[in-house]
Design a protein around this ligand. Sequence first.
Ligand code: 0YR
Ligand code: MG
Length: 370
Amino acid sequence: MKITAITPFILHVPVTGSMIQDSTHTISHWGVVGAQIDTDTGLSGFGFTGTHAHLASDQLITRCIESCHAPLLIGEDARDIRRLWHKLARNPALQWVGRAGITTLAHAAIDIALWDLKGKAAQLPLWKLLGGQVRDKVRAYNTDIGWLSIPDEQLVAGAARAVEDGFTGIKIKVGSSVERDARRLAMVRDAIGPDVTLAIDGNGKWDLPTCLRFCRLAEASNVYWFEEPLWYDDVKGHAQLARQSNIPVALGEQLYTPDAFAEFFAQQAIHWAQPDVTRMAGLTDVLQVCDTAHSFRVPVAPHAGDMSQMHVHLAYAHPAVAVLEYIPWIKDCFTEPSEVVAGHFRLPQEPGAGTTPTAAAWARFRQPAH
Ligand code: 0YR
Ligand code: MG
């Protein structure tokens, strides 16, 4: 299965309600920035990374795919996923200038497209290729009801509606002010009752004293995890918080390498790991993190940079994954949307990684790749 062409693409897809905010970002669209890999078998694979849809930086990713990674891949056997992963990780054009960041996001798109091809060639959904179903159901938690930009009453109503719709987990954003966020958290807990898991996400905004002050107020609300309480790379800060609060600590959506995760595991700084195939160098890298997490008995809750199109396969196939994030912004762009029914993700059936865009999405959301 020889690679004959690699074509980058960019889609900008609107978020729910035209705008959302967390503690650090205001966004109107999700960027689906990726690569189509064609082969001499006639099969094409698709892979993508997730961005905040800034065309200028999205075009740096597509440029990196096309100018730096693609020349190393044309003519190669698409089935050699791990060998090609290492070839790109040692790309002479990139290793000196970009061991993380845009180069990694570009690598992610390619690695995922290769997994998609492998599934299509075998006529199997990715979860089957990864070793089969290790669980009957994958529990979903809803993040899309919990943005900081949602006013209090709407937040409470949205949380209650999500529970009525069958969700047994939700997540709300924090990181505005300790008092406001603690009040909103208590209101939501009140509205959803004691049986629904309720996580919070600070997106790296606060410092340790602020987090400790917040945690004291939040402990009464039975918080499932506190995600990115501190700056993403701060291992010792998270280790301290993990020791000083009763609320479990989660992070990983901003980590690029297995080495970064290894440090958090080794320092016992996190209770939950949240790797993302669109942030790390693809599924190949995330599988390694999931295996390590499993050895440390740390549960994995993959972050929704892919809006769970690929992670749903991982979640069905890897024993470390405990729960999966649900944000519905881009699902209808794909031939098999990642759907939640009665609070659980449907088991994908189509061959591949769930990354094939529909013609309609292509026509509607495509942006210039250069
Ligand atoms: C919006 N999920 C997250 C979005 C989301 C971010 O900035 O990118 O909130 O990825 O933290 O857990
Ligand atoms: Mg997050």
